[in-house]
Design a protein around this ligand. Structure first.
Ligand code: ZN
Length: 346
C-alpha cells in the first residue's frame, strides 16, 4: 500500500498516469555533477521514482556549497565528505527503492563511455565546459539524450538535446570559450533560488522525455534572468548544424581527443587553493597499501571512496579510488607534483 500510494499525486497527471510511472521506474538516469543543479535535479528524480540514479562528482563538500546545494549539511563540509556518496546516502532516505550508483570520479575522454554506460538520459549539472563538450560528443555517438542546464549570478538557461543532432550543443557554442572569458559561480556569485529553478526545469524536461511526452519537450534555448524578471526562448535554426563540426560533420573531437582538446590532467582548481593531478591512464589506486605507508606521516582518514593524509604543514593529500589526487594547501603546480611524487608515487 505504501508503495502504491507514494506516486499518487504524480500518476494523477494526465501526461503520466500508471504507464508513465512504469516508464519512470524503468529509467536509468545519470546526474553529471552533484553541485547546485545536480543535488536538486537528483532529489526530484529520486522522489519521482526513477529506477536507477547514477550520481557522478569528483569533489568533496565545502562550506561555500551549503548556501544552495540542498542535500548537504554542515557536518559533511566539516568532514570533507565526497559529494556523490553523501547525495546517495541522503536520497536513499527519501526513496529507498531507487538503485543509487555514486561515482567519485573526474569525467574525461578516457572514462566517459564507462561512467555513462547503460544510461538512458543524462542531466548536465557540471560547471565545466570541457566536460559539457565531451558529453555532447558522447550523446551524439551513442544517441543518448541529455538536458543542459547552466546557472551563474541570477541567470540561467536550459536546453534539451535528443542525441540525434540538428541541433547539438556545439551548433550553439562551436568551441569552449577561454577560461578567462567565463563568469563562474566562484567569481560572479550565484543565487540559490536560481539554481533550484534551473535544476527543476531540467528535471521537468527529463520526466517529459522518460514518460514519452516528447511533443511537450521545449525545443529552443530557454534563458532566464530571475532577478530582472526576463525570460526568452530562442529557436535554433537547423541550418546551423550544416557547419557544426560535431553533428554536421561527425567529428567528435572531444570524445576522440584528436585535436588537443584532451585537457592536461593536472590543473589548478578554480577559486580554490588546490591542485588536481589526474590518474595515469588505466590505473586505479591501491588505497589500502597507500594508507598503510602514510601511517606515521600525519592524520590519515579512510573512506570507501578516498583516503586522505593531513600533514603537519597544513597540506592535505586526497587520493581517490580512480587514481586521481587532490592536493589542498597550494596552487603551485610544481610543488604539488613534487608532493605527489613524494607521498603517492608515480
Ligand atoms: Zn551540432
Amino acid at each position: 500500500m505504501q508503495s502504491l500510494s507514494r506516486y499518487d499525486r504524480q500518476t494523477r497527471l494526465p501526461g503520466i498516469g500508471q504507464p508513465g510511472q512504469d516508464r519512470i521506474r524503468q529509467s536509468r538516469v545519470a546526474v553529471l555533477g552533484c553541485g547546485a543543479l545536480g543535488t536538486v535535479a537528483a532529489d526530484i528524480l529520486a522522489r519521482a521514482g526513477v529506477g536507477a540514479l547514477r550520481l557522478i562528482d569528483r569533489d568533496v563538500v565545502e562550506w561555500t556549497n551549503l548556501q544552495r546545494q540542498s542535500l548537504y549539511y554542515e557536518s559533511d563540509a566539516a568532514a570533507g565528505r565526497a559529494k556523490a556518496e553523501v547525495a546517495a546516502e541522503r536520497l536513499s532516505q527519501a526513496n529507498s527503492s531507487v538503485d543509487y550508483q555514486p561515482m567519485v570520479t573526474d569525467v574525461n575522454a578516457n572514462n566517459i563511455t564507462t561512467v555513462l554506460a547503460e544510461i538512458d538520459l543524462v542531466i548536465d549539472a557540471t560547471d565545466n565546459f570541457n566536460v559539457r563538450f565531451l558529453l555532447n560528443d558522447f550523446s551524439l555517438r551513442y544517441q543518448i539524450p541529455w538536458v543542459h542546464g547552466g546557472c551563474v549570478g541570477t541567470t540561467g538557461q536550459v536546453m534539451f538535446f535528443t542525441g540525434l543532432g540538428k541541433p547539438c550543443f556545439r551548433c550553439l557554442v562551436p568551441e569552449p570559450p577561454p577560461a578567462s572569458a567565463i563568469a563562474t559561480c566562484d567569481t560572479a556569485g550565484v543565487l540559490g533560488s536560481a539554481t533550484h529553478a534551473v535544476a527543476s526545469l531540467q528535471a521537468t524536461e527529463a520526466i517529459k522525455w522518460i514518460t514519452g511526452n516528447r511533443d511537450a519537450i521545449r525545443t529552443g534555448v530557454w534563458s532566464l534572468d530571475f532577478w530582472h524578471n526576463r525570460s526568452r526562448e530562442i529557436a535554433i535554426p537547423e541550418a546551423l548544424s550544416a557547419s557544426c563540426l560535431a553533428c554536421g560533420r561527425g567529428e567528435l573531437t572531444f570524445l576522440d581527443a584528436t585535436d588537443g582538446h584532451a585537457s592536461d590532467s593536472t590543473k589548478i582548481l578554480c577559486g580554490r587553493d588546490s591542485v588536481q593531478i589526474g590518474a595515469p591512464a588505466g590505473r586505479t589506486a591501491d588505497l589500502i597499501t597507500l594508507a598503510r605507508s602514510w601511517h606515521d606521516l600525519g592524520t590519515v582518514q579512510t573512506t570507501k571512496f578516498f583516503i586522505r593524509l593531513t600533514l603537519p604543514e597544513e597540506l592535505t593529500i586526497t587520493v581517490f579510488r580512480d587514481g586521481r589526487t587532490l592536493i589542498d594547501g597550494t596552487n603551485d603546480v610544481g610543488r604539488a607534483k613534487s608532493i605527489h611524487a613524494r607521498y603517492v608515487g608515480n
